[in-house]
Design a protein around this ligand. Structure first.
Ligand code: F6P
Length: 335
C-alpha cells in the first residue's frame, strides 16, 4: 500500500535562479490545499545535514513570487555526496517525519535526491523525492525549459543593449561573456536577441577565422563600425578572444563578464508561471503515487518523468537556432 504523504520538505540547491521563490510558494500552497504540512529546509542539502529548517504555511510564502534569489537560501553540499552525510540527512528526515522532499535545482540536486531516497530504502524508510528544474543555464537533459532561464536572458539582454549604446558611439567591439556553465543555451538565446555579430558556444568547436574574424569582416564590409561578440563561459577565454581580435585585425575590444548579475532580479512572467505550474505538479505527482520523479517540460507541456530515467536523458542542442542566428546577422550576405 502506498504511504500517505503528510509532511513534505522543500529545498533549493545549487546556483540560485529567479523563480525559485515562486516554486517554493507553489509547493507550500499546493501542499496546504491538500492538508499537507511543509517544512522548508534551508541552505540546500546542508539544511538536512545540520537540522536547519523552518516550518512553512501559506502566509510564510506571501509576497515572494516577485522576488529573485531564494528565501530558503541555497548551497552546494560536499558532505551530502558522502553516505555519512546522507545518513545525517536521513536522521533529520526521520526527526521531522518527512514523507517526501521536493528539491528545486539542477541535475546535481536531483542526483543527490535520488541517492537519498535509495539510501532511505536500504534503511527501510520510504522517502519519496521529486525534482523541479531550476537553473539559469537551461542545461538539464530531461527538460526543455528550466526556471530562471528567461529572466537571466532578459537581464543579459538589458545589459548588452546598454553596452551596445556605448560601443556604437565609440565604434568599438564588445566581447561579452555570459554564464551557462558547460552549455551555450544562454549565449545562443542572448546572441539571437541582441543581434550579435558573433556567438561562441561550447557545442560548436571554435574556428577563430570562421567564427570571429570572418563575422567581423563581413559586418565591416556591410557598413557596420561596432561589433558585439557574445561568448559562453563554457568556451572560456574572453580575454584571449579579445586579444586575438586585436592582434589579428587591429580592433581593440572591451571585455565585459556579466557574471552573477544574471542570476538575480525579479522573475519574468514565464519563470513565475512555469515555477507555479511545476510546484503544483510536483505536489500532485507525489501525492498521487508517482514515486520519485522530475517535473519537466517537453515542447511547452508539463510532463512528470520517473527520476532515474529522467536523469539519463539528454537534450539536443538547438543548432537550428544557431543557423537562424547566422542567417539573421548583418554579415550574412555573399561578398
Ligand atoms: O549553474 C548556474 C551558474 O550560474 C553557472 O552559469 C555558473 O557557471 C555557475 O553557476 C557559477 O557558480 P558560483 O555561483 O558557484 O560562482
Amino acid at each position: 500500500m502506498e504511504k500517505q504523504i503528510r509532511r513534505i520538505g522543500v529545498l533549493t540547491s545549487g546556483g540560485d535562479a529567479p523563480g525559485m521563490n515562486a516554486a517554493v510558494r507553489a509547493v507550500v500552497r499546493a501542499a496546504g490545499s491538500k492538508g499537507i504540512e511543509c517544512i522548508g529546509i534551508r541552505r540546500g542539502w546542508n539544511g538536512l545535514i545540520n537540522n536547519d529548517f523552518v516550518r512553512m504555511d501559506t502566509s510564510s510564502v506571501s509576497h515572494i513570487i516577485n522576488k529573485g534569489g531564494t528565501l530558503l537560501y541555497t548551497a552546494r553540499s560536499e558532505e551530502f555526496r558522502q553516505v555519512s552525510g546522507q545518513d545525517k540527512a536521513l536522521s533529520t528526515c526521520r526527526l521531522l517525519g518527512l514523507d517526501a522532499i521536493i528539491a528545486i535545482g539542477g541535475d546535481g540536486t536531483f542526483r543527490g535526491a535520488l541517492e537519498l531516497s535509495r539510501r532511505a530504502a536500504e534503511l527501510n524508510y520510504t522517502l519519496t523525492v521529486a525534482g523541479i528544474p531550476a537553473t539559469i543555464d537551461n542545461d538539464i537533459g530531461c527538460s526543455h525549459y528550466t526556471i530562471g532561464f528567461d529572466t537571466a536572458c532578459n537581464t543579459a539582454i538589458e545589459c548588452i543593449d546598454k553596452l551596445r549604446d556605448t560601443m556604437q558611439s565609440h565604434e568599438r567591439c564588445s566581447v561579452v561573456e555570459v554564464m551557462g556553465r558547460h552549455a551555450g543555451y544562454l549565449a545562443l538565446h542572448v546572441g539571437l536577441s541582441v543581434g550579435a555579430t558573433a556567438v561562441l558556444i561550447p557545442e560548436r568547436k571554435l574556428d577563430f577565422e570562421r567564427d570571429v574574424v570572418e563575422k567581423i569582416r563581413r559586418a565591416r564590409l556591410a557598413g557596420t563600425t561596432h561589433y558585439m561578440v557574445v561568448i559562453a563561459e563554457g568556451v572560456g577565454g574572453a580575454m584571449e578572444i579579445s586579444q586575438r581580435i586585436k592582434d589579428e585585425i587591429g580592433i581593440d575590444p572591451r571585455v565585459t563578464v556579466l557574471g552573477h548579475i544574471q542570476r538575480g532580479g525579479s522573475p519574468s512572467a514565464q519563470d513565475r508561471v512555469t515555477a507555479s505550474r511545476m510546484g503544483y505538479a510536483a505536489v500532485k505527482a507525489i501525492t498521487e503515487g508517482a514515486g520519485n520523479c522530475i517535473v519537466a517540460t517537453k515542447s511547452g507541456q508539463l510532463v512528470t518523468l520517473e527520476m532515474e530515467e529522467a536523469l539519463k536523458m539528454k537534450k539536443d542542442f538547438d543548432m537550428g537556432g544557431y543557423q537562424i542566428l547566422e542567417a539573421l546577422t548583418n554579415n550574412c550576405g555573399r561578398l
